[in-house]
Design a protein around this ligand. Structure first.
Ligand code: FE2
Ligand code: FE2
Length: 502
């Protein structure tokens, strides 16, 4: 046994851990000569974070430490020659990218009263159709039926919420449909119903069963959200991956350039453990979910947070990064609220006038926000996430550190921005593009700079975090980001790996 190996084992024993035999093997396999010391340190660091403290070091723990170390840039490049530089799995695989929906070229509101009317009618009609397709809500009547006593003094109807007031332990919803308006009371006696009503916001379209009370008042007996059905998602036949990048914020003083460069090195097969390199060579799609650059004038006093105060230069720099993504990978780009395009949702694709260098850097599929694509048969809903903060401030029980729950809320409401007219600008288009008409297999957003993944009724939900550290603005707002983590979706299993480049 070499002196270096003897020393490594000595250090681990001294720290009070036993060493399982396959862990020792993993330790040797994942470190080349002269690089054992940093890996041992990382193993001990990771072991120190495990609760309860393990008695011995396992193979899994060593692999976890090695994966983190090799992407964090804390160790010199390990040499796995030949692994990343032959022909790669995704290179020989034909791309199967289909665009399912894209608002680009379909937008053009004048903001007139008629436009608003048409917009809300489109929302109501699309959501009504969702209810009409469900067994339990397809026989909905109207508000007018319910007000005239319905059958046995009860009525069932689809309605839009115009207003919500909470008075003591009662909630009053003012609702309407095409013909009528009514006030619906939700009392505290039924606590499930009451909690549900607390989470309902203005402009949401819901289904209510109610009992007629005195005058124009209805008393709610049940409320049903449009929801998504429980289902088995589609999947690819091959083990290939989509890497989800968003909120790069090129041009910001706190753009995590080193970490982001390591993502590109990993994609190219230059860094990573053998396992990580195996995933990298199977990445066929990179989805960029908005806020590619930091932009200018997006929030008050942004100039103090900018390293590059010129929007054209920001896109020129971003283009250099984008050009480094291997050419056999398909790149899909949508805008965010920091990009140089109209701010009102839906946003069209970022125009070439600003992002020209990005378009010239490589082949790119540039779409609006939101957009839907099918990748090897897997249906993705891509949405930057601009309304997530509005939902967080309007719905009790949600927390921006748990983005998956906020995105679940959107799926249940079947709408990406249920409440109109808060901080999220929405263009009153002829059609409401923010209704979730088709149930996605994968629903992905960014914007709140906190990564996370989960599954809701068969749909994989991913928030892709950010590549920007905490800005002064976020400090003032008390927002703590969780950047530097890359979610990678296995299109065969829809499992999500969170790869830490910090
Ligand atoms: Fe962002
Ligand atoms: Fe954003």
């Amino acid at each position: 046994m070499s002196e270096e190996r003897r020393k490594a084992i000595g250090t681990i024993l001294e720290a009070g851990f036993q060493m399982e035999s396959d862990a020792f093997k993993a330790l040797m396999e994942n470190s080349s000569a002269g690089h054992l010391d940093p890996l041992v340190k990382e193993v001990l660091r990771v072991a120190g974070t495990v609760e309860p403290r393990p008695a011995s070091i396992s193979r899994d723990l060593v692999l976890k430490a090695a994966e983190h170390l090799s992407l964090s840039g804390k160790t010199p490049e390990t040499d796995h020659s030949g692994l990343g530089h032959g022909r790669r799995f995704a290179e020989d695989l034909e791309s199967r990218l289909e665009v399912v929906s894209d608002p680009t070229g379909k937008l053009g509101t004048t903001g007139s009263f008629d436009d608003f009317l048409r917009y809300f009618r489109s929302r109501f009609d699309k959501m009504s159709l969702l209810f009409r397709q469900r067994m339990d809500t397809r026989n909905a009547g109207t508000i007018s039926d319910a007000l005239s006593g319905g059958s046995n003094g009860r009525g069932r109807f689809i309605c839009m919420v115009l207003d919500k007031r909470e008075r003591g332990d009662r909630i009053f919803l003012t609702v309407d449909d095409y013909e009528d308006e009514a006030t619906v009371l939700v009392g505290r006696q039924n606590s499930t119903l009451y909690e549900m009503a607390r989470k309902i916001v203005r402009d949401q379209v819901i289904y209510i069963q109610a009992r007629k009370s005195a005058g124009p008042l209805l008393v709610a007996e049940s409320i049903i959200l449009p929801e998504i059905p429980d289902r088995k998602p589609a999947h690819a036949n091959e083990e290939i991956y989509a890497a989800l990048i968003s909120d790069v914020h090129v041009g910001s003083k706190v753009f995590l350039e080193d970490e982001f460069r390591r993502v590109l090195s990993w994609l190219k097969g230059d860094i990573g453990t053998p396992n990580q390199r195996d995933v990298a060579e199977r990445v066929k799609y990179v989805l960029i979910g908005g806020d590619l650059v930091d932009g200018i004038g997006v929030y008050p006093r942004q100039e103090v947070d900018l390293a590059v105060p010129d929007i054209y230069e920001q896109y020129r720099l971003a283009a250099k990064f984008v050009s480094e993504i291997p050419e056999y990978v398909d790149v899909v780009l949508i805008p965010g609220n920091h990009d140089a395009v109209r701010q009102a949702l839906p946003q069209p694709a970022i125009p070439k006038d600003f992002a020209g260098p990005v378009y010239d850097s490589r082949k790119i599929t540039s779409l609006g926000d939101p957009a839907e694509v099918r990748l090897h048969g897997v249906h993705f809903l891509l949405y930057h996430g601009t309304s997530l903060m509005d939902i967080l401030s309007g719905v009790p029980g949600l927390d921006y550190q748990r983005p998956v729950e906020v995105m679940e809320y959107q799926l249940r409401a079947r709408h990406l921005s249920p409440e109109y007219g808060k901080m999220t600008p929405i263009g009153p288009e002829q059609e409401d593009f923010l209704v979730v008409e088709r149930v996605p297999d994968v629903f992905t957003s960014g914007h709140i700079h906190v990564s996370g993944a989960g599954v809701y009724k068969g749909t994989t939900i991913v928030n892709s975090g950010a590549w920007q550290g905490q800005t002064d603005y976020q400090k003032r707002m008390g927002l703590i980001p969780k950047p530097g983590i890359l979610p990678v979706v296995n299109l065969k299993t829809l499992d999500v790996k969170m790869i830490n480049f910090q």
